[in-house]
Design a binder for this molecule. Structure first.
Ligand code: AMP
Length: 114
């Protein structure tokens, strides 16, 4: 998508702090971290949100969850615990309309984080 922020990050037009990448996904640090560890996992194929899952293959979707687990391992929070959040739509305060999964950890989570 031409003007999608995360598509632009994928194309390298906007810099990002890469944490992990594979054939289907890209993960980078959130620019405004809400926890000691706060990364975003995105599919390389653009879909707006979880509502757009029909635009992904099951393999691409599964890759997102595998990437979340890998990010947690690389960031050293897989044993201590972490939270995976995907905000979908206005009431969830989704601000970037490219499906993404927040991976949060490195501290005790409050209930409403991300
Ligand atoms: P959401 O509010 O669930 O749509 O999450 C969007 C996330 O993208 C927020 O946590 C932002 O801090 C993050 N974000 C926005 N722009 C950038 C950027 N250029 N690099 C990294 N993270 C970003």
């Amino acid at each position: 998508m031409e003007n999608c922020l995360f598509c632009r990050i994928l194309r390298g037009e906007i810099p990002s702090a890469k944490v992990y990448e594979d054939e289907f996904t890209y993960a980078f640090r959130d620019i405004n971290p809400m926890a000691a560890v706060h990364c975003l996992v995105i599919p390389k194929t653009h879909v707006d949100s979880l509502n757009g899952l029909d635009g992904l293959t099951d393999r691409q979707l599964a890759a997102c969850l595998h990437a979340c687990r890998e990010v947690a391992r690389l960031e050293g929070v897989d044993k201590s615990g972490y939270r995976v959040v995907s905000n979908c739509g206005d009431d969830a305060c989704q601000s970037v309309h490219h499906l993404h999964f927040h991976v949060l950890g490195g501290q005790k989570m409050h209930e409403a984080m991300a």
